[in-house]
Design a protein around this ligand. Structure first.
Ligand SMILES: [Zn+2]
Length: 460
C-alpha cells in the first residue's frame, strides 16, 4: 500500500516526549511512526527540523475591517506562514444569529487555507436566547465583553459578507445578560470567554486622562488599570460559580489579573486563562507611538516576566493572538485616544515564542506544544487536533529553531500594512505547515489550496 505522505527524519514533540521517527500520514491523519520510509506519494525531508502540533490560535478577529470572504484568504495565509493550522474566529454579529449566521458560514466555507472554528459573541439577552441555535451549528463557545458599556460601548461588529462598510455599534453589556450567558452556556456544556475589564472604571479613567491632557501608551494603561480587570474577573466568577459555568479569560496580561484569577480558582470557579504574545514582549515602558494600543493595555516589563513564568508553571493554559486585521490608516489617530485598539499578530506568534521563549530557555518545546495547541484542543473540544499522535489530524508544523529572519508585514501577505514587531530579528521560524496532511506552506512559501481549510467539528 502507498501512503499519502511521509515526513522523514523529524524530531516530533509527542505527548510521550521527543520521538525521532518518520511520521506517516494517510487520509489526513497521522497513521504511524516508523524507522523505514514506506512507499508514499509525497516525501517531506525534515532533517534538522522539529515537528510540533500545528498551532490553534484561540483568538482571531478577521472579517471586521474587510469582509470575511476576503479576510479569510488574507489572514489564513498569514496563519499558515506562521504555523497556525486552526484559527478560532471571534465573531461579533451585530444582530440575530438565527438570521445572519448562515451568511457568515457560507462566505467562510471556500476561502480558508487552514482550518477554523467560531466563538460567538453575545451582546444582549436576545442573542443569549440564540445560544442553543449557535451550538447546533457547531459554535460551542461564547464571548462576552465586560469592557463595553456607557461612553466606552463603541465597537465595530463583523462586516456583512459582500460589503465593505464598517459596522458601527454601541453596546451596553448588562449584568442580566452576563447571567443569562453563563446560565445557558453551563446548560449547553460550553465555556464562556470573557473580556475582563470593568467598563465603568475604564470610562472614568479615560475621562480623567483626557481632562489632564495625557497621551501615550502609559496613559492608556493608567486609564484602564489592572484593577479594572480584577473587578470584572471577580464579578463574572461569582456569577459563574452560581451556575457552574466554565470561564475562559481571554488576553490576560497583568500580574494583578493573574493573582485575582488564582484567588477565584481557589473559591472553586472553573477557569482557563489565555495570554497573548504582546503581553510577553511589549510594555509601555519600552514601546513608543500608538501601534501597540490594545485592550487590555500592555503593561510593564515586570508584568511581562510574570506572564512568562505563569506560562511555565501552568497558571496560563493557552496563547491566542487577539489578531486584528486592520490597517494603519484606520489604526493611527492624532493621539492615543483616537487611535484604534488592536493589531495583527497571527503570523508572528510562533516566531516570537520560539525566539523569546524556547531559545531563551523560558519555555521548553513540550510546554510550547501544550500552550499553543494541546490545551486549546481540549478546552474547546477539537478532539482530533492538538497533538502529534496516531489517529490525530496531521496538523503539523516543522520548525527550524536556528533560522533567523527579520519580521516584515510583507512576508505574511495579510490585510494589514504593518506589524508591531516590524524589523525585529527573530530566531526560530516555522518552515512547513501541514493541515490534515496537506502542505499549506513549504520552505516558508504558500503552497496550499484555497478552500482546504474547513470548519472544525467540535464536541462539548
Ligand atoms: Zn479580542
Amino acid at each position: 500500500m502507498t501512503v499519502d505522505c511521509v515526513i522523514v527524519d523529524a524530531k516530533a514533540i509527542t505527548p510521550k516526549g521527543m520521538l525521532e521517527r518518520n511520521i506517516v500520514i494517510n487520509d489526513g491523519k497521522i497513521s504511524d511512526f516508523t524507522t523505514d520510509v514506506p512507499s508514499c506519494d509525497k516525501k517531506i525531508q525534515a532533517k534538522g527540523l522539529v515537528a510540533i502540533p500545528g498551532l490553534i490560535d484561540t483568538h482571531v478577529h478577521y472579517g471586521v475591517y474587510s469582509p470575511i470572504e476576503e479576510a479569510a484568504k488574507t489572514e489564513s495565509r498569514a496563519a499558515a506562514l506562521g504555523g497556525v493550522t486552526t484559527m478560532m474566529r471571534m465573531l461579533r454579529l451585530g444582530r440575530s444569529y438565527k438570521k445572519y449566521l448562515q451568511d457568515q458560514l457560507v462566505a467562510s466555507k471556500t476561502n480558508h487555507y487552514v482550518d477554523y472554528t467560531i466563538h460567538a459573541t453575545i451582546f444582549d439577552e436576545k442573542q443569549a436566547e440564540e445560544m442553543q441555535y449557535c451550538a447546533e451549528n457547531g459554535i460551542t463557545s461564547f464571548k462576552i465583553y465586560m469592557n463595553l458599556g456607557g461612553e466606552v460601548g463603541h465597537v465595530y461588529m463583523d462586516m456583512d459578507p459582500g460589503s465593505t462598510s464598517l459596522f458601527d455599534a454601541q453596546v451596553q453589556l448588562e449584568t442580566t445578560t452576563i447571567q443569562k450567558v453563563c446560565q445557558n452556556a453551563a446548560r449547553l456544556g460550553c465555556p464562556v470567554l470573557v473580556h475582563a475589564e470593568d467598563y465603568q472604571m475604564c470610562e472614568c479613567g479615560i475621562k480623567k486622562a483626557k481632562q489632564d491632557h495625557k497621551d501615550g501608551l502609559a496613559a492608556w494603561s493608567q486609564s484602564r488599570p489592572p484593577d479594572s480587570e480584577s473587578k470584572s474577573i471577580k464579578k463574572v466568577c461569582e456569577i459563574a460559580r452560581e451556575y457552574g459555568t466554565t470561564i475562559y479569560f481571554v488576553h490576560i496580561g497583568s500580574a494583578t489579573a493573574l493573582d485575582t484569577i488564582e484567588q477565584e480558582r481557589k473559591k472553586g470557579t472553573k477557569i482557563f486563562v489565555e495570554t497573548c504574545p504582546h503581553y510577553l514582549t511589549l510594555s509601555y515602558e519600552k514601546q513608543n507611538g500608538y501601534l501597540a494600543k490594545v485592550m487590555p493595555p500592555i503593561r510593564t516589563k515586570s508584568d511581562n516576566e510574570k506572564i512568562w513564568s505563569a506560562m511555565a508553571s501552568g497558571a496560563i493554559d493557552t496563547i491566542g493572538t487577539d489578531h486584528v486585521a486592520n490597517r494603519l490608516k484606520l489604526k493611527v489617530g492624532t493621539d492615543v485616544w483616537s487611535s484604534l485598539a488592536g493589531f495583527p499578530g497571527i503570523g508572528t506568534s510562533l516566531p516570537i515564542l520560539l525566539s523569546e521563549g524556547v531559545n531563551q530557555n523560558r519555555l521548553n518545546l513540550q510546554q510550547l506544544a501544550h500552550l499553543t495547541s494541546g490545551n486549546a484542543a481540549k478546552i474547546f473540544g477539537l478532539n482530533d487536533k492538538g497533538s502529534i499522535q496516531k489517529g490525530f489530524d496531521a496538523d503539523i508544523v516543522l520548525i527550524d529553531l536556528k533560522k533567523e529572519q527579520q519580521v516584515s508585514s510583507d512576508f505574511f501577505g495579510a490585510f494589514s500594512d504593518y506589524i508591531v514587531y516590524e524589523g525585529w530579528k527573530l530566531k526560530g521560524w516555522p518552515i512547513t505547515t501541514l493541515v490534515r496532511g496537506k502542505p499549506v506552506t513549504e520552505d516558508m512559501q504558500l503552497v496550499g489550496k484555497l478552500g482546504h481549510g474547513k470548519l472544525v467539528n467540535r464536541s462539548r
